[in-house]
Design a protein around this ligand. Structure first.
Ligand code: ZN
Length: 141
């Protein structure tokens, strides 16, 4: 099946059936994740998404470790649905989110960014980093 959005074939994904038209659409997992998380424009939203994806990656990792790669046990056309393939998609998407986070950080005002990082450091009880950020903030203001 071909993904309606990116056109790639044989990717893990899901079929959506429109209630009214009964027309079915196949959307691959990467495109589903993309559309679900495209709305994240703020740092806190992206961080929430990253946290979620990290959870998903961990979960898939555990599954892959338990069942193995299942290579040879899946017919080639279903290989995209094997745990290892799904795990790789999730991991790739997590990397994309982290890049997006960096891009956003670079765009934001430096003071806002430092304040946010400071808050994060305090929450994580990373006091060394917090002190560092505090002095950076003092320089900025
Ligand atoms: Zn797609």
């Amino acid at each position: 099946m071909k993904c309606k959005i990116c056109g790639k074939e044989n990717q893990a994904g899901a079929v959506f059936i429109h209630a009214e038209t009964k027309i079915s659409d196949y959307v691959c997992l990467s495109c589903q994740l993309e559309s679900e998380m495209a709305g994240a424009k703020e740092l806190k939203d992206i961080d929430a998404n990253i946290k979620m994806m990290e959870g998903a990656v961990d979960k898939f990792k555990t599954i892959v470790e338990e069942v193995g790669s299942m290579e040879g046990e899946y017919p080639p056309e279903l290989m995209a649905f094997a745990p290892l393939s799904v795990y790789k998609i999730a991991e790739e998407f997590l990397a994309t989110l982290k890049i997006r986070r960096m891009e956003l950080l670079l765009k934001e005002d430096k003071t806002i960014r430092l304040k946010y990082e400071l808050q994060q450091a305090i929450e994580k009880e990373d006091f060394e980093k917090a002190a560092q950020l505090k002095s950076q903030l003092a320089e900025e203001e």
